[in-house]
Write a protein that binds this ligand. Structure first.
Ligand SMILES: C[S@@+](CC[C@H](N)C(=O)[O-])C[C@H]1O[C@@H](n2cnc3c(N)ncnc32)[C@H](O)[C@@H]1O
Length: 225
């Protein structure tokens, strides 16, 4: 896509129906070690269901994503047989909830974690493909909505850029992602204290520049702890 034809997506918080989580970046910064980060980056049992210093400290389904999924379906006016891809699908919570809202939808997830696929919620394991976001194993224009929540920033910048281009390629309509970012120096410092696994985190203006460089026209929001 040439720069001349690039139409940027919209900055919009489509996660605004999620309950607010209280985070303490200073406490995490004081506790985390290089070894903790290395273990977290394996995205295995320790990341999902181990101690909090290695990741989620227990990633269990509690239905909190259902209102978000309803919001996405309404916002993008997805039809009953929509095709939906979740990049960084983890244990398939959103795939499960999309099928609750749109039982006729075709859902796929992609994740690097064999642990997450093997422990996926509600029978979604078979809908999750193992792979990495910079190389999506799907044809061009094969999904109505491609989402990625707090996942592609786990790649280093060149691969993160490729992942954005891949989301653009496989979507025939809508895209929405969230990534680690900051707007102010205070937010930057909080993020540095908080991050465990992210490789690419930038000022929001630099993310927007990257979206334009790779031709990513999807909508976006920021993870700011
Ligand atoms: C912070 S979790 C977010 C999970 C889920 N999207 C959510 O919001 O609850 C990050 C997810 O990205 C996955 N991940 C890490 N690197 C990835 C990559 N290169 N390609 C695809 N998924 C990746 C991890 O296994 C993990 O499931």
């Amino acid at each position: 896509m040439s720069v001349a034809t690039f139409i940027p997506g919209t900055e919009i918080n489509l996660l605004d129906r999620l309950p607010q989580t209280k985070r303490d970046p200073k406490a995490r910064a004081a506790a985390k070690t290089v070894a903790d980060r290395a273990l977290a980056k394996q995205f295995g049992r320790d990341f999902f269901d181990g101690e909090r210093r290695h990741g989620y400290g227990g990633y269990r389904y509690d239905g909190r994503w259902l209102p978000v999924v309803q919001r996405l379906v309404e916002h993008y006016q997805l039809g009953p047989d929509a095709r939906i891809l979740d990049v960084g699908a983890a244990k398939g919570f959103l795939l499960h909830d999309f099928l609750q809202v749109l039982p006729g939808a075709i859902v796929r997830g992609l994740d690097v974690s064999a642990y997450a696929k093997a422990n996926a919620h509600g029978g979604t394991g078979p809908f999750i493909d193992l792979g990495s976001a910079e190389k999506l194993p799907y044809p061009d224009a094969s999904f109505d909505l491609v989402i990625s929540i707090n996942s592609i920033h786990n790649l280093p910048l060149p691969l993160c850029a490729q992942a954005l281009a891949e989301m653009e390629r496989v979507s025939r309509a809508h895209k929405f992602l969230t990534v680690d970012a900051w707007r102010t120096e205070d937010e930057h410092l909080r993020l540095l204290d908080w991050i465990l696994t992210a490789e690419t985190f930038m000022h929001v203006d630099d993310w927007r520049k990257l979206f334009a460089e790779v031709g990513f026209t999807g909508d976006y929001w920021w993870f700011i702890p």
